[in-house]
Design a protein around this ligand. Sequence first.
Ligand code: XMP
Length: 532
Amino acid sequence: MPASSLAPTPFQPEQPSEPAPEDRPVLVLDFGGQYSQLIARRVREARVYSELVSHRLAPEEISRRNPAALILSGGPASVYAEGAPLADPGVFELGVPTLGICYGMQLMARELGGRVEANDVSEYGKADVSLDGSAALFHDLSPEQVVWMSHRDSVTAPPTGARVTASSETTPIAAFEDPDRGLYGVQFHPEVVHTPQGQRILESFLYDVAGAPPAWTPAAVIEEQVERIRAQVGSERVICGLSGGVDSAVAALLVHKAVGDQLTCVFVDHGLLRENEAEQVVETFGHHFHVPLVSVDARERFLSRLAGVSEPEEKRAIVGEEFIRVFEEEARRLGDVRFLVQGTLYSDVIESGGDVGVAAKIKSHHNVGGLPADMRMELVEPLRSLFKDEVRRVGEQLGLPERMVWRHPFPGPGLAIRIIGDVTEERLAILRAADAILLEEVRRAGLYRELWQCFAVLPAVRSVGVQGDERTYAYPVVIRAVTSEDAMTADWARLPSELLDTIAGRIVNEVQGVNRVALDLTSKPPATIEWE
Ligand code: XMP
């Protein structure tokens, strides 16, 4: 993409236009079901903007959000159980098209004059249903469908005025509709892949019933965020820390597109990055996109503070603290800067606002690039409404190089927590070289995108080997490659043995100081993805 297309476009007077997709969200009311977030994602896959919200949201607040539709999620409780999460009955009087899924459907029945009863047996798994082809949600489907069920209670009488539109052998009321009141319910889960036509059912609800057009595209996201950033920032100056990762890169490009050179990016090279990453950031932002960029060579500083430190959490704390110090120094040098860009994602927003209990602290994930606690700047968070895959699509649309868009997650403390033991310049150089070979071969084999993460680890122990008649006493390198959906759990990747052979051969031959390559065969749990 030519750099000029990222230059700020001149301010234009407001013209009456279609509401932005984000101004007419589909709100997914979360009743605690395991698929709640998935529903929001499926709606977004249909290119309709959606948000996950608490089931406790008051009807007035829902109205204020001006939603195109509501979806009531599933949930683990029985609607009659004490303490079961309920919605304010006023929600059904808002005149907003509403789809209840599983628990959500049962809740509608309970609140609106129907009946819900416990079955003798629960229905879990695939089920055959017969659909009424004249129903709004099923009009373009053949009448016999396979769907995914997961329930113990069933609706035994639909809401007053609603008609039954699907049934299975065990569940005579598997769906209902009341088009006059805009109320729809399905007992099965259209959001999971085991309901093959589920996405079409959701799309019928969104496009035909709710009249929400598939307008939420990466281009629309960019346009919308650019507007918002301009409105927030005005003519003030903005600073953004770049880490080399996709989030900060996309956030920076959006802000630059919005306010041009009012933005200054700061890239702190802490010396703990992988091969060529620092150069790539400078090349991409400074030279290609012409974003004003301050690149700080802080390698010495970090290395000297890490000297002699082998405890993982101490390493994290040092890198986090030092990063903030360097960043603050640079910000001060820039003078009067009012805004700080942060790459907060929608998943962070959901997690911090969710009802879930706080999990035991396994590792403190100091997100390098995070907000220095006492910096008095306002936050600009252009990715706040996006899931990671959506950030990637926006990045592609903005012309960010493929390598950055699809980069595996990389921890803020970088290679410091992939050297098990003290961090020294020599060990960093060895690890960087081994890691580069590993990634090069995995890319060459076309497997990079299939892996969640793939990297080399350098345990600072030495073992005996023999090379060219000489006894060696050198480091091992461990290959860590995992598949995962979200890093909460992970499986070790079964890389082809020929590929492993090539990688191991190249590492011991090309990287001085390594005489052995090992493969990590553990999943998470019981191991973690990183070694520290
Ligand atoms: P673990 O090792 O806990 O990692 O299975 C889960 C995910 O988090 C990343 N990770 C970090 N990210 N700072 C970060 O920004 C950290 O200190 C850190 N430690 C682990 C890890 O790479 C994986 O994606």
